[in-house]
Write a protein that binds this ligand. Structure first.
Ligand code: PHE
Length: 409
């Protein structure tokens, strides 16, 4: 048997030398792989021997959830791109725990039902143990409920509503974290800015009662504005389907407030701001992080201010390095959603590395005590899994978004 094999290999070698001399390169003929009858050390000295295939390293699978379709699809796109950039950077350095990172995308559509469905799908079918996302608080809340039931670690970059990380009894959800500040802080930062910097005495507020984030932020703003001596003269709600705001805006016009707080996402903001302009409303428009989109109508919001998580103009080297790499990769300036998804993904991977095991319970424990230098600031978590960090106030002026101030808690 050994003799036959040697002859065969020699013939093959000669053949391949001949063929190689008169290129083109031959397509490799399938190598006969007879069972070695002898010890590997005595195996024929052959260039065609098949090296033993190393056991494949099982990847660590992570879901990225966010609104990839629907009214606020730019949020989902930025969230996805920020997270993927972090994963690719870790993979280039050898992955996490020496294993490659693999991701699955899920579309939670900024809708509670779609979010609950996609959480089930990635946890039960794709078997992920870790989730980055979602974006809208009304997605992240139902996702957190299933994730905690299934002991899956979730970290949202940008869901700011209090109920994302705590349950109805006010207890922290052990497996859910976020990389952003929360709405009581965001609402009070803007209320203070209106009172102290803009010298506002009266405010109008509109809200979508069906959206956890919008409703919550409106309430936080009102609380802080009134506590600081201001008066909310118009408080009007609408529903998701509304596109004509003339009835509400007639009330705003009649009340003539100093500021008009619109804590919606950019889709509704564009409609409300444009219609307010048409009506001749001159109040300074104010808002929250939901204004952050490449699709925001900056002309309609001109003169307005909003709170946000970061500014690409922040001179800190970690921000400027991130902005540069993101721009090279995606050809655009990263918005806050991209920056925070990048931070969230990095915090997750650093926590897996810190835990030293692919075990969500150990990873959640490790995350609780991590200190992480992120693009959006230094992150440590409080007892409710919320980072303590500054908010940026941005000013919309002549088609540009300018950095106005950074406010600490
Ligand atoms: N904070 C918003 C929410 O909780 C989501 C969001 C964050 C949107 C940042 C835009 C920018 O629903």
């Amino acid at each position: 048997m050994k003799g036959k094999w040697t002859v065969l290999v020699s013939v093959l070698l000669v053949l391949s030398m001949l063929l190689g001399a008169c290129a083109p390169k031959p397509t490799p003929t399938p190598t006969p792989t007879p069972k070695p009858a002898v010890q590997p050390t005595e195996a024929p000295p052959t260039a065609t021997a098949v090296p033993p295939t190393p056991k494949p390293v099982e990847p660590i699978k992570i879901a990225i959830l966010g609104p990839l379709t629907g009214d606020v699809a730019t949020f989902g796109a930025s969230n996805r791109d920020g997270a993927i950039m972090a994963f690719e950077e870790w993979n280039a350095k050898g992955g996490v725990l020496g294993r490659p990172i693999e991701w699955v995308l899920g579309d939670s559509q900024c809708d509670p039902k779609a979010a609950a469905d996609v959480a089930k799908k990635v946890i039960d079918e794709d078997q992920v143990k870790y989730i980055v996302g979602a974006v809208c608080s009304s997605e992240s809340i139902p996702i957190s409920e299933y994730a905690n039931q299934k002991k899956v670690v979730q970290i949202s970059g940008t869901s700011t509503n209090v109920m994302v990380t705590v349950d109805k009894d006010g207890k922290v959800k052990p497996y859910t974290f976020r990389a952003c500040f929360i709405d009581p802080f965001q609402g009070s930062v803007m209320a203070k800015f209106a009172l102290e910097n803009l010298k506002a005495k009266t405010a109008a507020v509109v809200l979508d009662v069906g959206n956890d984030y919008i409703k919550g932020l409106a309430e936080e703003f009102r609380k802080a504005f009134e506590a600081g001596g201001g008066k909310v003269v118009v408080w009007e709600s609408f529903v998701k389907e509304d596109t004509d705001f003339s009835a509400i805006l007639a009330k705003v016009k009649a009340a003539n407030p100093d500021v008009f707080y619109i804590p919606t996402y950019y889709d509704k903001l564009n409609l409300i701001a444009a219609q307010a302009k048409q009506k001749g409303i001159t109040a300074v428009l104010l808002g929250g992080d939901g204004w952050d989109s490449p699709d925001t109508d900056l002309a309609a919001c001109d003169g307005g201010y909003y709170t946000n998580h970061y500014s690409p103009d922040d001179p800190r080297p970690i921000v400027q390095d991130f902005v540069k790499r993101y721009q090279e990769k995606f050809g655009k300036v990263p918005d806050a959603l991209a920056a925070l998804a990048y931070d969230a993904a990095n915090i997750l991977l650093a926590s897996i590395e810190k835990a030293g095991v692919d075990d969500p319970t150990a990873v959640a424990k490790a995350m609780e005590t991590i200190k992480f230098e992120a693009v959006s600031g230094t992150i440590t978590f409080d007892q409710f899994h919320n980072p303590v960090k500054n908010a940026a106030i941005l000013h919309v002026k002549d088609g540009k978004v300018l950095f106005e101030a950074s406010v600490s808690p």
